[in-house]
Design a protein around this ligand. Structure first.
Ligand SMILES: [Zn+2]
Length: 178
């Protein structure tokens, strides 16, 4: 078992063992005083490790930078991304880090304007992407199915597993396979 396989097994084991409490994403700010999200956009070659929450307060500049990084890169439009969604991404990344996986979240798609959405193949008509409440992502070396299992644990909303990415949103809790 090489290191990566070992780390993946560790992550899957943690998920399987029920090590992640559903309330973890809503943990008290005191428990997680500093929240940094590491994201990457392949389309624009942008990457950022962004501090967006500190000392029980939203860091406005960091939050806006994340909204920028999660924007519709085709239309070059920004919206206010749902903070609950950002916290979910943070929580997923924090859990991966506990398993030794230090990778940015590769964002395929975040916010989508109606026009971009209309041109997205296979997209649902009432997508949470339109209101800044959804992200399609992948992480190098982690199969989408494992990433989806991790996301489901937080019960934060919808989780869709696709061959090359995972969709997460903060709409109604549901799971599907794309
Ligand atoms: Zn999606």
């Amino acid at each position: 078992m090489d290191r990566r396989t070992f780390l993946q097994a560790g992550l899957a084991g943690l998920i399987g063992a029920g090590g992640i409490g559903s309330g973890w994403a809503q943990a008290t700010p005191e428990a997680i005083p500093k929240r940094i999200l590491w994201v990457n956009r392949a389309q624009t070659k942008e990457e950022g490790r962004v501090l967006y929450y500190q000392d029980q307060n939203l860091v406005q500049d960091g939050y806006y930078l994340l909204c920028y990084l999660l924007r519709d890169v085709q239309a070059e439009q920004i919206t206010r991304m749902d903070l609950k969604l950002i916290d979910l991404l943070f929580a997923m990344q924090a859990w991966m880090r506990t398993c030794g996986i230090r990778q940015p979240l590769q964002i395929h798609s975040g916010y989508r304007t109606a026009q971009t959405h209309a041109h997205t193949e296979g997209a649902a008509p009432c997508s949470q992407h339109l209101s800044g409440k959804a992200v399609d992502l992948r992480v190098d070396g982690i199969p989408p199915a494992v990433l989806a299992k991790l996301a489901v644990r937080f019960k934060a909303g919808g989780v869709g597993v696709y061959p090359h990415f995972v969709h997460v949103d903060t709409g109604p809790v549901r799971v599907w396979k794309g």
